[in-house]
Design a protein around this ligand. Sequence first.
Ligand code: AHR
Length: 503
Amino acid sequence: MPKAHLVLDPHATVGPVNRRLFGSFVEHLGRCVYDGIYEPGHPTADANGFREDVVDLVKELGVSTIRYPGGNFVSGYRWEDGVGPRSERPRRLDLAWHSTESNQVGLDEFAIWLDNVGSELMYAVNMGTRGVQDALDVLEYATIPSGTKLSDARIANGRKEPYKIDMWCLGNEMDGPWQLGHGTAEEYGRLASKTAKGMRQVDASLELVVCGSSGSAMPTFGEWERTVLQHTYDDVDFISCHAYYEEKDGDLDSFLASAVNMDHFIETVVAIADEVKEERGSDKTINISFDEWNVWYMLRHISNDKLRDPHDWPEAPRLLEDVYSVADGVVFGSLLISLIRHADRVTSASLAQLVNVIAPIMTEPNGPAWRQTTFFPFAETSRLAKGDALTLNLSSDTYETAEFGTVNLVDAVATHDAQEGESAVFLVNRSREESTVVTIDTSALTTHRVTGARTLSDPEVYAANTLANPDRVGLVANESATEADGVVTITLPPVSWTVLTLA
Ligand code: AHR
């Protein structure tokens, strides 16, 4: 049986695990908003039309910050279309997703929903077809208490108190040729700098996110970050990273090692940000907002001709409704491990997306809502990763992958909450055939006692939860964990994600 060994040392810390690592993303795309979080005729809908079954699942998922309203959508969005009397709101073409936007949900409704789920709003402004003035207008509408045209409009629309929105994204994926208003890094860097400066004249304490690359495979990756940061270093707090992974050509071995790519991506962006810091002699550090990450079977969606039919602009069509398998859930769990491993520099992240669209939560109109496989690693990690992320001393047997060369069979990260006297270890076994035995040296910890271990795995790695069979896959107790003389031993089944807790 393959083996791995880890040493946990509470003094070897990466940094505190920021709650914002467990953020998500709601875009006006497909059925994420309409028929997802909002379905007025649904039996569980509240007075505002929001599905309470979905609210309950979002709470169970444990989502901190939610990025809104896009995504590619935001680059053509007029935020003012989505406020005021609903009957007067215009229907508009959404060029990003070739859909019709009814504008029945906008900032004010979304803020009500956020209060229901108890999450923080992270708002993205339109830097595609708009820019400085649009950002200042929505900032005034949302955050100025009263006494100006736009703040008074908010009050007239029923929301007296200003919203507390700390994080603002300066556009979305402006490096992508598909993005409405896409330009060069120079052009975007200048616009982002001007917009940020203007927003800070309204409120200097805002936390601003500038667009990094929409993937590490982009031809401009690296140069984009450097140029954009040279223009905006003093104006912003975060640079974004986006990454999606999928199994290509049946190469499950490489897919299971996707976190290797995420690790490199993060470390490269950190190195570039720190280089720009050095060049400028700045004492400010720019951190990463990994504000889109997930498994996404993009190649399956890309040849959707309906998306280009000039006569067909459907409302809330079924788009990007990936069904996630156990293997997807395991890779997803390993991406969370990568984010936590870099907790010192990745201080905000958003799982893209939340409901129906590449989502952990699925819904059927007038029907049930259910959890996909990815729901489980997210909910457990959000609930149990507390205190500090630890620098693990990890040794593991390896395997060969076509994409990443030799890779550890086991990947892991641990967190330690000294105040609560609790630790958690998150592990994946990437072996397709074999269980792996992991020994964990906990002798340096005061937290030795195993309080639980739960695993996502299945003899059928492509098993999934669906409308017809919503509870086919879930977490199961891993009864193999034992502790003796400061060493915990646990067996991880093939293609599995596990959380082990100690107290
Ligand atoms: O999350 C789906 C899409 O992926 C977003 O709209 C865009 O930002 C990214 O390309």
